[in-house]
Ligand binder design. Structure first.
Ligand code: RB5
Length: 150
């Protein structure tokens, strides 16, 4: 399975550690993030990983910035992305089972590396349950298709 990973300057070390962790587990990791601590703009990386996942270049994506918020919001602007920010494993698992998330995000300034690994394990280990959840996900994606404006 191919995982696209992306990050801004706040998360270079955590990106590297999570990438190694995933490779040790047999995943192929494609790096779309920055590799320097020089201040940069998280939307660039959110978009890159969003496109990698929705184009099929990667199966799933992982995004890391300071909080996980900006980079996941940016990814969610790419059609077909369902990115979730998690600070604990329960939400990570349920976001796959019920919401069929295709990108996981977290904050390098919010959680430690062991919590990040646990979140990644729960997320990757969970499967979408379909059924009534599929109906809800379809409804959600239909909002995107209808391009609603206020
Ligand atoms: C960068 O300082 C920080 O704003 C960014 O990493 C992220 O936390 C934004 O949501």
């Amino acid at each position: 399975m191919k995982i696209a990973i992306g990050n801004d300057h706040a998360a270079v070390d955590m990106k590297n550690e999570i990438s190694e962790y995933l490779k040790e587990k047999g995943y192929e990791v494609i790096n779309y993030g920055t590799d320097t601590n020089e201040s940069c703009h998280y939307p660039i990386y959110g978009e890159k990983v969003g496109v990698a996942v929705t184009s099929g270049e990667a199966d799933l994506g992982i995004l890391i910035c300071g909080t996980g918020v900006g980079i996941s919001l940016a990814a969610n602007k790419v059609e077909g992305v369902r990115a979730v920010v998690c600070s604990e494993p329960y939400t990570a698992r349920l976001s796959r089972q019920h919401n069929n998330t295709n990108i996981l995000a977290f904050g390098a300034r919010v959680i430690g590396i062991e919590m990040a690994k646990m979140i990644v394990d729960e997320w990757l280990g969970a499967e979408f349950m379909g059924g009534k959840h599929a109906t809800r996900v379809e409804m959600m994606m239909d909002i995107e298709k209808r391009k609603i404006h206020g």
